[in-house]
Design a protein around this ligand. Structure first.
Ligand SMILES: [Zn+2]
Length: 122
């Protein structure tokens, strides 16, 4: 069943809200995700609302430049971004959501180090 979750960066300047059933997320082993500890929840833009902090977001890009790694310019937390695999979606880091019990969520590995092959297998 879908629920609404509030999320934020560490300092609280960036706040957002997502609506999701939050059944499963993916954990990617690529160069940036493993350093961030990002747990990916892909949502449609219509299920995502940026409540505040747009001016506090800055964007990091590398490699193909398709993924838009947005993060808070004050605290540095990457709470959500636009992923390379689904540039039409918003990818939310569920550790930044309130009221989420990680033990109840299925975490599926994604082999981002071999991105082309892993993407083709989805
Ligand atoms: Zn912040």
């Amino acid at each position: 069943m879908e629920k609404t979750y509030d999320g934020s960066c560490h300092c609280g300047r960036v706040r957002f809200r997502v609506t999701t059933d939050l059944v499963s997320v993916s954990e990617c082993n690529c160069s940036i995700c493993c350093k961030k500890g990002f747990l990916h929840l892909m949502v449609e833009p219509s299920k995502f609302e940026l409540l505040q902090g747009e001016a506090n977001l800055t964007t990091y890009t590398f490699n193909t430049g398709i993924a838009r790694h947005t993060f808070c310019r004050t605290c540095g937390i990457h709470a959500f971004y636009v992923p390379r695999s689904h540039p039409d979606k918003i990818d939310v880091h569920i550790r930044c959501l309130e009221g989420v019990d990680l033990a109840q969520i299925k975490i599926t590995p994604f082999d981002g180090r071999n991105w082309e092959a892993a993407r083709a297998a989805l």
